[in-house]
Design a protein around this ligand. Sequence first.
Ligand SMILES: C[S@@+](CC[C@H](N)C(=O)[O-])C[C@H]1O[C@@H](n2cnc3c(N)ncnc32)[C@H](O)[C@@H]1O
Length: 253
Amino acid sequence: MGFLKSTIQVRSRYERCKHAWDSHLRKTRECILKAAEMAPGRRKAVLFGAGLLHDIPLAELSGMFEEVWLADIVHSLPSRFSALRFGNVKLVELDVTGVVSELGVLRRSPKRVLPVSEPARFLDDPRLDFAVSVNLLSQLPWVPGRFLGGTRPEHEVSEFQAHLIRSHLEYLKRLPGRTALITDTFWRAESAGGGGAVNGGGDVPVWDVLSGVALPEPESAWDWLIAPAPERDEKLDYIARVHAYPDWKTSGA
Ligand SMILES: C[S@@+](CC[C@H](N)C(=O)[O-])C[C@H]1O[C@@H](n2cnc3c(N)ncnc32)[C@H](O)[C@@H]1O
């Protein structure tokens, strides 16, 4: 469905943009550790969207918790090797929406009602002390949107995409233990090298990557220079605004 291809693309983009990404990756790791410190226990930690582990402080978490579970829909070979270095790190292949396996049928059967995303994994896990959703939220509607787009009314697909986002946010609230959320929220384009806003002006949202779902005021936020020129455009830098919630359950959402 393109998940592996997308992981490979992220990996090569990381190689080209690692300097530009550095501060975002460091802030993400710091936020994860800050949230982990406040977990009610040190038994089990789960990282949703662990992916290529660029933004995961794996050695520190492995030292803090009895078990660390890396959850993603696809695990690359380098991530598998990294996990092997730690005796208490496990990989779990998990579609956090629970609907991805149905997309093929849904695409071929446009009259079929779209499913409800009701993630349940870990909800009844008495050992779970800490869970964090790591730069994953904005990715959840992406493949479903690509699969279903053009097969049924646009508003139906958009509403489904927003539903996937809301359902993940609710899931994070229902999990046991401390939960944290780090996500990009909208993207903007600026003239390369800090020349000022091009689209929208100032901090006006340009591309909402959360399908219209509003998030509460974050505990911290930062800019992620996700595609510096000429990565996507000769003259434009693409910047993602990231929100961080080290304690999602009390974030006011
Ligand atoms: C932008 S990456 C997150 C950054 C990642 N921590 C890294 O360092 O590469 C988003 C991750 O979400 C994963 N993902 C996308 N849809 C998913 C789903 N439905 N369930 C679980 N993981 C998913 C992708 O495979 C990818 O690894």
